[in-house]
Design a protein around this ligand. Sequence first.
Ligand code: CTP
Ligand code: CA
Length: 228
Amino acid sequence: AVVSLPARRLGGQHVIVTSGPTHEPIDPVRYIANRSSGAQGAAIAAALRDLGARVSFVTGPAEVPPPEGVEVIAVETAREMREAVEAALPADAAVMAAAVADWHVANARPGKIKKDGTGKLPELEFAENPDILAWISQLPQGRPALVVGFAAETDDVLENATRKRKRKGCDWIVANDVSPATGIMGGVENAVTLISDEGAESWPRLSKGEVARRLAERIADALSLEGD
Ligand code: CTP
Ligand code: CA
């Protein structure tokens, strides 16, 4: 008899997941960063693992520990994250859940900046970080078959996210409204809309684990079509 195996749907597939914030040093004791617990990225990595994928989990300094059973590549800065993602290629899919700092401090100091007693304030110069999602989406060779980005927005969520998908060249964007009133930032639940070239599909408010499981199932569906 033919039996179907619903689990292990991603057996033999390699997926890169970025997660957490990046920290961009100002000096050895100070940094700038984005707010991110890393909870949604860790849940996605665990859900992909549960479907049998080999997961390269490239994580900034997150609050939530990485899941068991994935390859953890710990990084600090956006530039290190990009290098780690490149080193993890090739991959069948990439899910960029990290909250990457948009800028690093161009005049970061090798030694601690001291108050000099005169009240003179330090001046920080910023330089733009590499856009890891746009870079991987537009790789001329070795682009993962499926690239998924995130868009955490506070205003005009769907318009911004739809534009972001086009601009970056990724296949899907998982959009969410992170306005303080939603309580999503730092919480256990998420309310997302999945945007693809087929349009926008809003999911109900779910636990981050359930969002991750649904997304992993969708990724398995997409990669199985790809392999046909
Ligand atoms: N991203 C990335 N590298 C960056 C910035 C963002 O890989 N340097 C990825 C994030 O992981 C996420 C997606 O791009 O999957 C969208 O991030 P977001 O910060 O919303 O996009 P930005 O282009 O930085 O736009 P914004 O000005 O709204 O911050
Ligand atoms: Ca950004």
